[in-house]
Design a protein. Structure first.
Lengths: 240, 595
């Protein structure tokens, strides 16, 4: 059996689909590809396939990861060709390689954090005041507690968790002429819990006193995934 | 979609399930508008995930787009949240493939699957910026055409449509589109174009027919141009093996209600249940050959990557030698990990055997539609199964390890009495007891009860619907009865929704203003319980002077001219009359099956 990992980018054309849509899309693409797929045993066989971290609706991304188990040896090039051909516009396969270490943990459990870039796109006639945004962000980050509702299955009572510590870093780009305001957020993610970039933006906007902010909207992009290794964040791409 | 402009992109980031409006799916066709002589958009008046489950839509998409020189794109009813934004931002309704506004197409074709989508039809026209009424549309406006089951009585929609296509259009639509291109050059104006179109088989141009009313009731219809036929006969595909059928259907990103590969075993149904419109308007039965089905299934799986294949038709177990077909599919799809399913099971041992054959894994629930709980009433509606057969079939199912069943019943059927309603409770009680004694496992039984809606072109077209208060009372009998039966899960259709469906199913053109009114009062998605508003409809009827009860509760006589009598469904009225009479004389022996 061959364990193949691949990286991909998601562009504008596909950013509106959900994680489950994405899973179905990739599995069906794999099924069309003619690659020697491996299914789990039993009456309800499913593909041995994983994505590193769910990508939220309305977010583009440059460096996402997936892995799939194949029955026969396949070279990365063969994989790239067969699989890449089956992917729709908006999903670009950027790399594939064989994971030799068969005991390597499954992809999802390796993710520890993600870096997002949110671009503020202002409509005509709406002037965004960067200073105000920066000050608001400072106020937000100065808080010791930022409560986020946690959805627990089968429980109607709302539970809140403090997600302040999940926001590792958040900063705006250096002001530049003709360049929109960009908010970078390094957020905890993965199996140890995390916080959604949309939630952070929502909190920021709540604090904001800009009047016409409804005429501006944020476009989100996930730049990179990180693993948490010995208390240090390393890009997932390293060591793959 | 190719040309998502920034405005649209902005809207999509704010709505629920933006993938509904995205297009660009696998196998979606991007054809060049400049190279197509005729451009059509197929408009489905319900949400994307409903429309993309409709096999007819996929068949038509294939039939037009596989031809050079013409193209078909898709549009669906936007969700309420999207509609609000579209109106706020002046975004006209657009087609998914090119993002072009609907008004830029030559034809807007509505798929008319159920009466409760009519307000969505008007809403989509309005969002497209196309005048609602056909006589207000000018030379440069698209032609608005309707097809599908509701086109067999489209009278309530008549003033909004330029024409309808009666019957199956996968073969005639490409013909029609190329003909239209020619006609457009020949005919001096839109009016003349429509007259010429009306001469084609299966085309109904409602503006060429003038209805008359006596005491507020439809009484006659007259042609305003002698070139239009007196009776319009439906279009019919003769050889399904040669008819267009998708081999590479679109694979939605969003999970559609039915998200799987589909092969259609046959069209039509020979069972002849008297309430069933599909059973009448899709006659006669025509089959696809086994070879064709296996070939199509293989192509579809290879082109889509679907993990499930549906063997669809109105009554799939009736396909001759179905077991051999399943064997061949097993061989043909070996190693692809495809699950086959049979959507319409009969309540007999053969069907159970087939279900067992297809579901090797966990056997959860099987669904059946006995429709009525007494043998007498089942004979009235011609759903001829005996109680012994029901028990023995379900017994086989439980023996095979199925964990439960869902049973569909109808209330308000002609001749139904209170005893027939109580019999539903009683039958379920006895089933429950039976399986309690028999099986150590818990057998789940769920019961779903709908209300009978008399439909045009069926033997029950003359029959009234049961009145609303009486439907409610009978629903209460069920509720009370099942209350004492824990473990049985009862659900029922909203009585008022079925009432509205009945008003339009046998309606005439006088209903058009009420429909427009209801739409303007905000009625949308009437088939969705979370959106349906009876107060809105009541107000619409009041303001337009319509007594909806007059429509739903009306009993027609054989001598009455029916609003759809000039539309021929392929079955003569005499046959319907005979079947109607037989329903009330069930003691006489039955002769033969329906053709
Ligand atoms: S079996 Fe009866 S209800 Fe079902 S499609 Fe055929 S005629 Fe209609």
């Amino acid at each position: 059996m061959t364990r193949i990992r691949f990286s991909f980018a998601r562009g504008e054309a596909l950013k509106h689909i959900s994680h489950l849509d994405m899973m179905r899309l990739i599995q069906r693409a794999l099924r069309r590809s003619g690659l020697p797929l491996v299914y789990s045993e039993g009456y309800n066989p499913h593909l041995r396939f994983n994505l590193a971290l769910p990508l939220p609706v309305n977010v583009t991304a440059s460096e996402e990861y997936g892995e799939v188990i194949l029955a026969d040896p396949v070279t990365p090039d063969q994989f790239m060709a067969a699989f890449g051909e089956q992917l729709p516009a908006g999903l670009d396969l950027t790399g594939a390689w064989i994971e030799d270490d068969y005991s390597a943990p499954a992809l999802p459990s390796t993710v520890g954090a993600a870096l997002y870039r949110a671009t503020l796109v202002a409509e005509e006639g709406c002037r965004v005041d960067p200073v105000q945004y920066r000050q608001t962000l400072d106020r937000l980050l100065a808080k010791e507690e930022i409560l986020a509702p946690k959805t627990k299955k089968k429980k109607t009572k709302k539970v809140f968790v403090n997600v302040r510590s999940y926001i590792y870093e958040a900063y705006f780009n250096e002001p530049e002429k003709e360049r929109p305001l960009e908010l970078y957020m390094l957020l905890q993610a993965g199996s140890r819990g995390g916080v959604s970039p949309f939630f952070v933006i929502e909190q920021l906007e709540k604090e904001l006193t800009v009047e016409c902010n409804y005429k501006a909207h944020w476009e989100l992009h996930r730049e990179r995934l990180y693993r948490d290794q010995d208390q240090f964040l390393k890009p997932l791409s390293e060591g793959m | 979609m190719q040309a998502l402009d920034t405005k649209l992109k902005r809207l999509l980031s704010q709505v629920q399930k933006p993938a509904r409006y995205m297009g660009n799916e696998w196998n979606a066709r991007q054809k060049d508008h400049a190279e197509a002589a005729v451009r059509m958009v197929l408009a489905f008046p319900d949400l994307y995930e409903v429309g993309m489950s409709n096999q007819g839509l996929k068949i038509l998409y294939e039939s037009v787009n596989s031809r050079p020189g013409m193209l078909m794109e898709r549009a669906f009813a936007p969700g309420m949240d999207m509609e609000e934004l579209m109106r706020a931002y002046d975004q006209p309704l657009f087609a998914l493939e090119s993002g072009k506004p609907l008004a830029e197409f030559d034809l807007i074709g509505f798929s008319l699957q159920y009466e409760l989508s009519y307000t969505n039809v008007l809403n989509m026209l309005d969002l497209a910026g196309v005048p609602l009424y056909a006589d207000q549309r000018g030379e440069s406006d698209p032609l608005v055409v309707g097809g599908g089951p509701c086109a067999f009585n489209p009278e309530p929609l008549a003033p909004f449509f330029d024409f309808f296509v009666l019957g199956e259009s996968e073969e005639c639509l490409p013909e029609l589109l190329s003909g239209l291109d020619r006609l457009k050059k020949e005919a001096p104006d839109r009016k003349e174009l429509l007259v010429r179109l009306s001469e084609w088989e299966g085309i109904y141009v409602p503006s060429l027919y003038q209805p008359a009313y006596k005491e507020g009731k439809f009484s006659a219809i007259e042609r305003t141009d002698s070139r239009a036929p007196a009776v319009i006969r439906k279009r019919l595909v003769r050889d399904l093996d040669r008819a267009p059928y998708p081999t590479a259907p679109i694979v939605p990103y969003l999970q559609a209600i039915h998200d799987r590969a589909v092969v259609e075993l046959f069209r039509g149904c020979s069972r002849g249940c008297r309430f069933c419109q599909a059973g009448y308007i899709f006659r006669p039965v025509r089959r696809r050959s086994r070879d064709k089905l296996v070939e199509t299934a293989k192509q579809q799986i290879a082109e889509t990557g679907y993990e499930e294949l549906s063997l669809a038709s109105l009554s799939s177990a009736d396909y001759p030698d179905l077991e051999e077909l399943i064997n061949e599919l097993d061989r043909g799809l070996y190693g692809e990990q495809v699950k086959c399913n049979l959507p319409s099971l009969r309540l007999d041992s053969y069907s159970i055997k087939l279900a067992n054959r297809l579901h090797r894994g966990k056997r959860s629930n099987l669904t059946f539609a006995p429709e009525a709980a007494t043998e007498r009433l089942r004979r009235v509606i011609r759903k001829n199964i005996s109680e012994a057969e029901i028990f023995s079939a379900l017994n086989d199912a439980v023996d095979a390890g199925w964990q439960g069943f869902k049973l569909y019943f109808m209330i308000g059927l002609p001749t139904e009495t209170e005893e027939d309603v109580e019999a539903i409770v009683d039958l379920c009680r006895r089933l429950r007891q039976y399986f309690r004694h028999k099986s150590s496992r818990k057998i789940g039984i769920s019961v779903s009860v709908s209300t009978f809606v008399p439909k045009a072109h069926t033997p029950f077209q003359w029959e009234p619907q049961l009145s609303l208060p009486e439907v409610t009372r009978r629903q209460e009998i069920l509720q009370q009865g099942f209350k004492k039966m824990p473990g049985i899960d009862l659900s029922w259709h909203d009585a008022e929704t079925s009432f509205l469906e009945a008003v339009f199913a046998r309606g005439d053109r006088l209903l058009a203003p009420a429909l427009e009114k209801a739409w303007s009062l905000g009625c949308r998605f009437d088939g969705w319980s979370e959106h349906f508003s009876m107060p809105g409809w009541r107000q619409a009827f009041r303001e337009t002077g319509i007594e909806p009860e007059d429509y739903a509760l009306r009993r027609f006589g054989y001598d009455d001219l029916l609003p759809w009598d000039h539309l021929h469904c392929g079955v003569d009225k005499a046959v319907l009359i005979r079947e109607h009479q037989k329903a009330f004389n069930i003691d006489k022996p039955e002769q033969g099956e329906a053709q």
